[in-house]
Design a protein around this ligand. Structure first.
Ligand code: SF4
Length: 75
């Protein structure tokens, strides 16, 4: 199933400053598959779209979880 963000997502639409070599694989695995596990999607759901870092890629769930925890603990 496609991610609900696919139309506007800077990663999916190649509008991020850097494009990882694995971008095509990430698109298939996350954007058109397990989007609930995508780091960008996790941050967006927890903290809202403006909180998603411009350099956060789908495979960075660990960084996403740290960001979410930090924001929720107020630090
Ligand atoms: S899965 Fe992540 S990177 Fe892909 S379209 Fe959705 S929010 Fe963007």
């Amino acid at each position: 199933m496609d991610c609900d963000c696919i139309q506007a997502c800077p990663f999916f639409n190649d509008r991020m400053a850097m494009k990882p070599a694995m971008a095509g694989v990430y698109k298939q695995n996350y954007c058109q598959g397990a989007f609930n596990e995508c780091a960008r999607h996790l941050v967006m759901k927890a903290l809202g779209k403006p909180a998603v870092p411009p350099d956060l890629f789908p495979n960075m769930a660990e960084r996403a979880n740290h960001l979410i925890q930090a924001a929720q603990s107020g630090s």
